[in-house]
Write a protein that binds this ligand. Structure first.
Ligand code: PEP
Ligand code: MG
Length: 572
């Protein structure tokens, strides 16, 4: 029988395919005594053999799809599997203690892991992590369960997961992964943001999809409305096929606006820019008619690898983006790690509130060399196009000054060494902390531009975690309190002859667009897939009328009243 779930619509479109469960397998077992130790040793050896074959296959595929450097992690795993100093004691333990292979594997590896983890040597600690990975694989074969691996998907599926980390999402191949659905998360969690840049339909925060779906079940994901249907009926499939083809027709209509400027009915031009995570995303920016890159989240360059990218690697990536945009504006944000974005090779302290903790610019100040390396790469890339640099999570004017001074110091050093650097790089900050929004008039005297990061600004203003579906009812972009902050920022920048953009997800939200146009926002930066529909909407709106609409909205008391006010402008 069909089962329907409601979640949060995270990325437009309809997907209908069988389910691929990306869930942690159950690896529990009982400790038992064995009588036939020889056959238990054989069982262990054959689990090793299957693991070896599997790892070699994954290694080969990773080398082909992701590059030789990414594949090398699997070499380390193969070395562990083939190390007699590890496998020997496990076999000895089976023979001497007469325990089952699972227990011998666990107890022996625990000993090695404990030993390596206690060493004051990063290389040895990484070996401990390799042993844990390999143990999990061998254990899965002893128990006959499968460890899912998104990089190995080679048929059309929808991915079902409790949550997807940004690095899981980065491994999804959109030729095969037709959509995804998760138990937890919100519209602005980074997996949802990445789904939009991959242009695959997604629904997040369904609470119970992993408990409701079995491997290979047919699932419909409706990323337009946030619906998920498991075991759909023939009628439901036909209904959603129709929505899918209507959506494709609608997209073809929007496509006609690809080479047009974004001008309101009464002739006001605003810039529609795109948010990107990697140089590969440029293709989507261009095919969706993006007029600029309003946010390049550079932290993705640091993810899915096991060491920091070098200055040279970063330079190549920044140069590719800046020159790929051919003179159009590219706003690059410096590293924003922390919160839901972690790096496997950077140990961060356990924190009670990671989103209020050691992240972004705070982490860069504490690791100044890391920050300086990135700034040098950016400065060197600045001569290849129209680069703008912005700092994330700025709370105080002093933080901006400190970041700017480090940048100017690196610039002076590069120039002294004869390296060419552009002299017209605009410097801006993200406005994502309420303190910065409230003090925007002071910031505006020192920065060249603002970019409002509503994903964080809303969570900090409403005190409602952007990742937590239980408080998602409080995550209200249209609450007049948020609109007032946005207005303060825009007005403050204009008073000083500066400009304001918005790179939070709100900028591409169709209900927000009329309000933002009325509030005088200069640049809207969004997932590339939202650009054309936003252009189509803005072309139907009179900016002067939207100024009045925004004024009215600012004087409402609830988000619901604001939505009611805007509705007549967003209807197609
Ligand atoms: C934001 O906070 O609005 C933003 C764009 O940054 P991120 O989503 O990467 O935190
Ligand atoms: Mg942010």
């Amino acid at each position: 029988m069909a089962k329907e779930l409601k979640g949060i619509a995270a990325s437009d479109g309809i997907a209908i395919a069988k389910a691929y469960l990306l869930v942690e397998p159950d690896l529990s077992y009982e400790k038992t005594e064995v009588t036939d130790v020889e056959s238990e040793v054989k069982r262990f050896e054959s689990a090793l053999e299957v693991s070896r074959k599997e790892l070699s296959m994954i290694r080969e595929k990773a080398a082909k799809d992701l590059g030789e450097d990414k594949a090398q992690i699997f070499d380390a795993h193969l070395l562990v599997l083939n190390d007699p100093e590890l496998t020997g004691p496990i076999e000895e333990s089976i023979k001497n203690a007469k325990t089952n292979a699972e227990t011998a594997l666990q107890e022996t590896t625990d000993m090695f892991i404990g030993m390596f983890e206690s060493m004051d040597n990063e290389y040895m600690r990484e070996r401990a992590a390799d042993i844990k990975d390999v143990r999990k694989r061998v254990l899965s074969h002893l128990l006959g369960v499968t460890i899912p691996n998104p990089a190995l998907i080679d048929e059309e599926v929808v991915v079902v997961a409790a949550d997807l980390t940004p690095s899981d999402t980065a491994q999804l191949n959109r030729n095969f992964v037709k959509g995804f659905v998760t138990d937890i998360g919100g519209r602005t969690s980074h997996s949802a943001i990445m789904a939009r840049s991959l242009e695959i339909p997604a629904v997040v925060g369904t609470k119970e999809v992993t408990a409701s779906v079995a491997k290979n079940d047919i699932v419909i994901i409706d990323g337009l409305e946030g619906n998920v249907i498991i075991h759909p009926t023939e009628e439901q499939i036909a209904h959603y096929e129709k929505i899918k083809s209507d959506f494709a027709l609608q997209q073809a209509e929007w496509d006609k606006l690809k080479n047009e400027k974004t001008v309101s009915k009464d002739g006001v031009h605003v810039e529609l820019a795109a948010n990107i995570g990697t140089p590969n995303d440029l293709e989507g920016v261009i095919s969706n008619g993006g007029e600029a890159v309003g946010l390049y989240r550079t932290e993705f360059l640091y993810m899915g690898r096991d060491n920091f990218p070098t200055e040279e690697e970063q330079f190549e990536a920044y140069k590719a983006v800046v020159s790929g945009m051919d003179g159009k504006s590219v706003v690059v944000r410096t590293l924003d790690i922390g919160g839901d974005k972690t790096l496997p090779y950077l140990e961060l302290p356990e924190e009670m509130n990671p989103f209020l903790g050691f992240r972004a610019i705070r982490l860069c100040f504490a690791n100044e060399e890391l920050f300086r390396t990135q700034l040098r790469a950016l400065l060197r890339a600045s001569v290849y196009g129209n680069l703008k640099i912005m700092f994330p999570m700025i709370a105080t004017v002093n933080e901006f000054r400190q970041a700017r001074d480090i940048l100017l110091d690196e610039k002076a050093k590069l120039k002294a060494a004869g390296t060419e650097v552009s002299d017209s790089i605009e410097l801006g900050i993200m406005i994502e902390i309420p303190a910065a929004a409230v003090l925007a008039d002071q910031f505006a005297k020192e920065v060249d531009f603002f970019s409002i990061g509503t994903n964080d600004l809303i969570q900090y203003t409403m005190a409602a975690d952007r990742m937590n579906e239980r408080v998602s009812y409080l995550y209200q972009p249209y609450n007049p309190s948020i609109l007032r902050l946005v207005k303060m920022v825009i007005d403050a920048s204009h008073k000083e002859g500066k400009w304001t953009g918005m790179c939070g997800e709100m900028a591409g939200d169709q209900t927000a667009v009329p309000l933002l146009l009325g509030l005088g926002l200069d640049e809207f930066s969004m997932s590339a897939s939202s650009i054309l529909k936003s252009r189509s909407l803005i072309k139907r709106l009179d900016q002067s009328e939207m100024v009045k609409l925004a004024e009215e909205a600012l004087n409402k008391s609830t988000a619901e009243e604001v939505v009611e006010l805007v509705e007549k402008y967003t209807a197609e």
